[in-house]
Each structure stands twice: as structure tokens, then as C-alpha cells.
Design a protein around this ligand. Structure first.
Ligand code: AMP
Ligand code: ZN
Length: 397
């Protein structure tokens, strides 16, 4: 069986075929560093990590790029509230983010791109968009993308430009808005007093980039004009990823990304965990409650990445017990390492090839531990093999 992945763009499970033989270019929308990540955000990074681990397990060389949004409306606003320079403010949360990744045993991306280091690349893209007639300047010096000029606009999130409300002839300076309000969006935001000392003097004038152009510039610079997989949470589908496609494809005339993959949300009481609703937990909150961050990882694997999951302390405590059982069971196998069991491996690959069915793959772990016929050394080799994908850190025990 071949690896099949659900592609948001085609709305189908598709057989995965990399653009270059055995090479994968993978881009994950990273954090906006204006506060600590909550465990909903971390679901997105665990998903990206699990996908990358499985691609590697399947024999691909993966180049993984993750951006860090260190300039946008939120980072500017919060740094000012704390009377800090943008760099000092965001550096603190970048460091906190990397600590979370370590605690979750997430393999580092090959490249982390900070938006503030790619301003020239963003300006270049915007200039091309103006030249080609896809973007226009307004009297205040900002630049907007004209969504009506892009005949394919809407293809990722699935709406037709013809269905837009009349007010869609307006434009939006904010980076975040919903589908009902789709309008021309900002590529370059002319400086205004609210931005304080955050601006760049460029050929477009004094200002700063919009959020969406950041990811187009960083991903294409590091992975080329067309690359294999782009990941993020489902809330990124619109407007962020829709706008990334529009900007990138209108510049290059080529397909930007072949497979778009999105993790569903982590919910609390049926609502999306988010900073704005205040219904969030950080990794630190879990640790203070005696939960190992890897138990959160294990708990996520019990559902498919593409289904919503409701977070409760009871269920995460259950995952903590399961993780301890796994570690104890693994230690009890002793020191010797035998060979990976072919039957279990075949089933593991079959489940993971089916759009990363971690729930079924994880069930094999419990089967292996209970198996009376398999030798302890072969059990150990098999568990270690699967752990290259699960990332429970069994090799470090
Ligand atoms: P942000 O730092 O807000 O840009 O979000 C970082 C990542 O977390 C993005 O991929 C979001 O789609 C994702 N995300 C945000 N909230 C949730 C949630 N409750 N569950 C799962 N993913 C989320
Ligand atoms: Zn992004």
C-alpha cells in the first residue's frame, strides 16, 4: 500500500507523490510569538512533527521549514503594552516556544525563519504583484491584494468569488477575518502612529508587511516556488492559506503547494481552545498538574489529527496512566534488542499509510506488550522502531 494523505485542496485522500524523488519540502505555519503557546497550538506542531517523522520513516529526506511570526498586529500591540522593544519581547516567547518543543520531544525543523529577516523577499513579491496588476497602492501608502483579479481565489477554502457580499469590494487592513468578510487584504501596511518604532523603509515606503505575505516569502525562499506539503491548523485555511496561495501563484504562475494538510482543533467544552476565549492550558499548566507533556502527545494519537478533540483533565490523566504503563512495560523488557517483528511492522505501516491513523497504530503498542509469543528483545526492537514515529522518547529511557 502507498501513503495516502488527505489534501484540503482536493478534499480527498490522495496517494502521496513527492515532486522530487524521495525528497519532501515541508512547511509548517509556526507560532506568532506574542505569548506562550497553548496546548491547542501545540497540537498543530505535534501533528507536523508526527507527519515529518512518518515521512522519514517511509524513506523520504525531509526538509522542514517553520516560520516564526515575530512582527504582526499582535506582537506590536503586546510589546507596546509591556514597554519592550519588539525584538526583546518576541525573543522571550521564541525561547519559551523552543522549550515547549523540547518537552514534547518534537524534532527541530531544519530551518526556522523569522519574518523580520525576510522583509526584502516580501517587498520583492509585493512589487511583482503590483507590476502584474494583482495589487494596488492606496492613498495612505499601503498595498492591497485585489482578490477579484485572481480567478482562482477561494479554491482552498471552497467559496466562489461570485458569492461574495457587496461589501467585498472594500478592503481589510487586519490580518484576521472570516470567510463572510472576504475582501482585498493588506500586503504592506503603511506606517501609522500605532506601529511606534516598528517599520522598515523600503521601495514600497515606510511600513511593515501583512501577515499572509510573510509565509509566502519565507516558504518560497527556503523550499522553492513549488513544494510538497504545507501544514497548519484548520483556522489557517481561511484567510491565511487562501491568501498565501493567491499571492504566491499570482507571482510565479506555478502551483505553490501540492498537498495542504490541516489539523483539527483542540476544544474545551465544545469550543476552540484559544487565547481570546481564555479557555486555554499551557504545557506548564499540565506539568503543574503532574501530567508529562508526552502524555499529551499520546492522548492526541488516540484520535486522528483531522478530528476535533475535546480536552478534559480526566482524559489527560488517563493518558498519563497509559504513558506510565508503556514506560514500565518497556523497561521490563530488559536490555537486549532483537529484531523488528515483520507482522507488526506491516500493520503499523498499513495504518499510518492510511492518512496517519495513529489511533490504530498506537493500539499495536498495547498488543505487543501483551503478546506472549514474541520475545522481549523483539518486542523492544519493534517498539523502538514505532517510536521513531510516535516520539515518546523510549530510546532515551
Ligand atoms: P498562532 O500562534 O495563533 O498563529 O497559531 C499557531 C498554530 O496553532 C496554527 O497552526 C493554528 O491553526 C493552530 N491552532 C490554534 N488554535 C488551535 C486549537 N485550539 N487547536 C488546534 N490547533 C490550533
Ligand atoms: Zn503561515
Amino acid at each position: 500500500m502507498a501513503l495516502k494523505l488527505f489534501n484540503t485542496l482536493s478534499r480527498e485522500k490522495e496517494e502521496f507523490k513527492s515532486i522530487k524523488d524521495r525528497e519532501v519540502g515541508l512547511y509548517t505555519c509556526g507560532p506568532t510569538v506574542y505569548s506562550y503557546a497553548h496546548i491547542g497550538n501545540l497540537r498543530a506542531y505535534i501533528f507536523g512533527d508526527m507527519l515529518k517523522r512518518y515521512l522519514k520513516y517511509s524513506g523520504y529526506n525531509v526538509k522542514h521549514v517553520m516560520n516564526i511570526t515575530d512582527v504582526d498586529d499582535k506582537t506590536i500591540r503586546e510589546s507596546q503594552n509591556e514597554n519592550k522593544s519588539l525584538v526583546d519581547f518576541t525573543s522571550f516567547y521564541i525561547e519559551a516556544f523552543f522549550k515547549d518543543l523540547d518537552l514534547l520531544n518534537i524534532v527541530k525543523a531544519d530551518i526556522y525563519t523569522k519574518a523580520t529577516s525576510f522583509i526584502n523577499e516580501m517587498v520583492k513579491l509585493i512589487e511583482i504583484l503590483i507590476e502584474k496588476g494583482f495589487a494596488y497602492k492606496t492613498t495612505d501608502g499601503s498595498v492591497y491584494f485585489d482578490i477579484h483579479k485572481d480567478k482562482e481565489y477561494g479554491k482552498l477554502s471552497g467559496f466562489d468569488l461570485k458569492d461574495l457580499k457587496e461589501n467585498a469590494l472594500g478592503r481589510l487592513k487586519n490580518d484576521e477575518y472570516d470567510k463572510e468578510n472576504a475582501q482585498d487584504f493588506a500586503l504592506w501596511k503603511a506606517w501609522d502612529e500605532k506601529d511606534g518604532d516598528v517599520f522598515w523603509e523600503t521601495s514600497l515606503g515606510k511600513g511593515r508587511p501583512g501577515w499572509h505575505i510573510e509565509c509566502s516569502a519565507m516558504s518560497m525562499k527556503e523550499l522553492g516556488e513549488s513544494f510538497d506539503i504545507h501544514t497548519g491548523g484548520v483556522d489557517n485555511i481561511f484567510p491565511h492559506h487562501e491568501n498565501e496561495i493567491a499571492q504566491s501563484e499570482c507571482v510565479t504562475g506555478k502551483e505553490f503547494v501540492k498537498y495542504w494538510m490541516h489539523n483539527e482543533h483542540l476544544l474545551v467544552d465544545g469550543k476552540k481552545m484559544s487565547k481570546s476565549l481564555g479557555n486555554f492550558y499551557t504545557l506548564k499548566d499540565l506539568i503543574e498538574k503532574g501530567i508529562d507533556p508526552l502524555a499529551f502527545r499520546l492522548w492526541l494519537y488516540t484520535s486522528n489529527y483531522s478530528t476535533k478533540v475535546n480536552f478534559t483533565l480526566e482524559t489527560i490523566k488517563g493518558a498519563q496512566v497509559a504513558l506510565e504503563r508503556l514506560k514500565k512495560g518497556y523497561i521490563a523488557l530488559g536490555d537486549g534488542i532483537g529484531i523488528v517483528d515483520v507482522n507488526y511492522k506491516t500493520r503499523f505501516v498499513e495504518y499510518m499509510d492510511d492518512n496517519l491513523n495513529t489511533a490504530r497504530a498506537l493500539s499495536l503498542v498495547w498488543e505487543i506488550l501483551k503478546n506472549k509469543e514474541l520475545s522481549p528483545t523483539d518486542k523492544k526492537a519493534t517498539l523502538l522502531d514505532f517510536d521513531k514515529v510516535f516520539g515518546f522518547g523510549l530510546d532515551k529511557i
